[in-house]
Design a binder for this molecule. Structure first.
Ligand code: CU
Length: 492
C-alpha cells in the first residue's frame, strides 16, 4: 500500500556510521529501511532537543554528535537484547508503514458508535490521533451511517455541525428547533446540514434500498471529540435522562415515578432495542410527508434546506467522468460549515487528474466502486541537499480505493484518482476550510502550464517552447482521461 523512498534520507545517517550503503540517487524503495529511518529521525529530534534548538547540529556539534553516537549505541544494545524474530519485525514495519502514509484510512480505522440489526453509524478515528500533519483539520470527523429499508432512527443530537451527503437510497430527515419542526425528503445526491445540538430524526423510506449517508462533522465542544446524545429509544442505559436522579426528573416533568418510567427503561418486550427501529408502512407514510410541521411564525427564520448536487450543470463532464461541485454560492448553508463539496463519478477504466486544490484540504470518501490514487507529498520526503543546492522532493503516496476508503488530500498536493473496478468509481470530496475552493488541473485542457509564456516555459524546462508546448497541449480532455491500463500503458 505504501511506498517510501529512503535514498536521500539515508545520506545523513551514513555520517553516523549506520549507513546501509545506499547513497542517494538510486531510486530504492524499501520498507524495512523505513524502520531505521524513523528511528534515526527520532534520535535526531531528541538530540536537537537536548542540544537546545533545531540548529544544534551546526551550532553545537560538540553536543549533537556525541548525543547521536550514544543513542546509536543504546539502540544497538536494545536491539540485540530484543527478540527480533519475524512477527515482531513485521508488526513494527506495518506500524511504520502506517505512519509513513497517514493519508489513507480503511475500514479498521472506523469505530462503530451505534450498531444494531437494522443499521450502524461508524466514525473514523480522530485525524490528529493518526498524524500531527492533520492539526489544521483537528476539529473535523468523518462518519458513515447505514440504515435498512423502512427503518426509523430515533431522535438524537451531536456536539458537532454536520454536513451530510446522501450516497445511496432515499429517506426523510426531520429537524427540531425550538417550536419549529421541518421535514425534508432526501435522496441520493442530496446535501444537507444538521447544525450542532439540533435534534434530528431520520427515516429510510425505501422498501428495498439501504440508506447510506456520508458525513463530515465539525466538533464544537472538545476539538475532534464527537459525542452523541440520545433519549435512548426505550432502553434506560442509553438515555441521557437516565443520568439524572428520578426525583429530579419527577420534579422537572411534574409527574410520578411510574410515568418517568415511560420515558426511560420501560420498553415493551417485543420492541427491539437500540436507535434503529423497523417502522410500519403507515408510520413511514405519515412521517415522510414533507414540511407538515408547524411553521416558524415570523417568517425570517432561515430554512435548513437540502440541495441536490444534480441541480446545477456538472463542472466537468466527458466520456471519462463527471464532476459535480457545490459551493456556498450554490448552497448558502455551506458557508456556516465552511466546506466545499465535490462528487466525482469516474468512468470504469478512466481517471481524474492530476489536479490540486488551492485552499481546501479535501477529504475523499468512496461510497461505490474500486480504484487507486496517487499523491505527491513534500511532507514525507526530505529536502534534496546534494551538490550545495537545496531543492524540495516529493514522495509518492498511493493506495487502493474501495468502498469506505477515506483519503486526506491536503491543500496544494497534486493527486490522481483512478477507477480500476468493474463499475464506475464514485468519490465524495468534502473540501474543508474553504466554502469556495478552486482546483487546478496539472494535465489536459486548461492545465496550469497552458497559460505560460514561451520564455517562461523555456526557462523552466530548458527546451524549446514549441517542443514543450506539444507535450502540454497534446491532451485536450479536461480533468478526466483514459487510465493507463485502457490507453495501453501500465502504472510504474
Ligand atoms: Cu504532504
Amino acid at each position: 500500500m505504501v511506498v517510501v523512498r529512503v535514498n536521500n534520507a539515508q545520506d545523513k545517517d551514513i555520517c553516523y556510521g549506520r549507513g546501509t550503503g545506499r547513497r542517494g540517487g538510486d531510486d530504492q524503495y524499501d520498507v524495512i529501511l523505513v524502520e531505521e529511518e524513523q528511528d534515526v529521525r527520532k534520535m535526531v529530534e531528541q538530540c536537537h532537543q537536548s542540544c537546545q534548538g533545531s540548529q544544534g547540529e551546526q551550532q553545537r556539534p560538540q553536543c549533537f554528535k556525541p548525543c547521536m553516537q550514544k543513542r546509536f549505541q543504546d539502540q544497538g544494545k536494545s536491539q540485540r537484547g530484543r527478540d527480533t524474530s519475524r512477527p515482531e519485525r513485521t508488526r513494527r514495519t506495518d506500524k511504520q508503514q502506517q505512519s509513513n502514509n497517514p493519508y489513507v484510512f480503511e475500514d479498521h480505522h472506523f469505530t462503530a458508535r451505534l450498531e444494531t440489526e437494522h443499521g450502524n453509524v461508524k466514525v473514523l478515528q480522530k485525524f490528529t490521533d493518526r498524524s500531527d500533519l492533520f492539526q489544521g483539520i483537528e476539529k473535523y470527523r468523518v462518519a458513515f451511517l447505514e440504515a435498512d429499508p423502512q427503518t426509523f432512527i430515533i431522535p438524537n443530537h451531536w456536539d458537532a455541525d454536520a454536513l451530510i451527503f446522501v450516497a445511496n437510497g432515499r429517506g426523510t430527515i426531520t429537524l427540531i428547533e425550538g417550536d419549529s419542526r421541518q421535514s425534508h425528503n432526501i435522496k441520493r445526491g442530496d446535501l444537507f446540514p444538521v447544525p450542532a445540538g439540533i435534534t434530528a430524526y431520520l427515516i429510510n423510506r425505501d422498501n428495498n434500498e439501504r440508506l447510506v449517508l456520508a458525513k463530515i462533522l465539525h466538533t464544537v465542544s472538545v476539538p475532534g471529540e464527537l459525542q452523541l446524545f440520545s433519549v435512548g429509544g426505550g432502553n434506560a442505559e442509553s438515555s441521557f435522562y437516565n443520568a439524572f436522579s428520578t426525583e429530579v426528573l419527577e420534579a422537572a416533568f411534574d409527574v410520578d415515578r411510574d410515568s418517568i418510567g415511560r420515558l426511560i427503561g420501560q420498553q415493551k418486550q417485543e420492541q427491539e432495542q437500540g436507535i434503529f427501529k423497523k417502522a410500519t408502512a403507515e408510520q413511514i407514510e405519515s412521517l415522510t410527508q414533507e414540511d407538515k410541521g408547524r411553521k416558524w411564525p415570523f417568517g425570517e427564520r432561515k430554512e435548513k434546506g437540502t440541495h441536490s448536487i444534480y441541480k446545477n450543470e456538472p463542472s466537468v463532464a466527458n466520456e471519462n467522468g463527471i464532476l459535480h461541485e457545490v459551493d456556498s454560492n450554490d448552497f448558502p448553508d455551506l458557508r456556516h460549515c465552511n466546506v466545499a463539496f465535490s462528487f466525482f463519478n469516474i468512468t470504469r477504466g478512466s481517471m481524474a487528474g492530476p489536479f490540486y486544490n488551492a485552499k481546501a484540504t479535501q477529504i475523499l470518501m468512496v461510497p461505490n466502486g474500486e480504484g487507486r490514487f496517487e499523491m505527491a507529498c513534500p511532507h514525507l520526503s526530505e529536502q534534496d541537499t546534494r551538490g550545495g543546492q537545496i531543492n524540495p522532493t516529493y514522495e509518492k503516496v498511493s493506495s487502493k480505493l474501495r468502498r469506505r476508503t477515506v483519503v486526506v488530500v491536503p491543500a496544494g498536493h497534486p493527486v490522481v484518482i483512478e477507477s480500476t473496478g468493474e463499475q464506475n468509481l464514485e468519490v465524495i470530496g468534502f473540501g474543508l476550510k474553504s466554502d469556495e475552493n478552486e482546483w487546478f488541473p496539472l494535465a489536459g485542457r486548461d492545465n496550469v502550464m497552458s497559460q505560460w509564456e514561451d520564455e517562461a516555459i523555456e526557462l523552466t524546462f530548458g527546451s524549446p517552447a514549441r517542443e514543450v508546448q506539444k507535450v502540454i497541449q497534446k491532451q485536450n480532455q479536461k480533468l478526466f482521461f483514459k487510465s493507463p491500463a485502457r490507453s495501453g500503458r501500465a502504472f510504474a
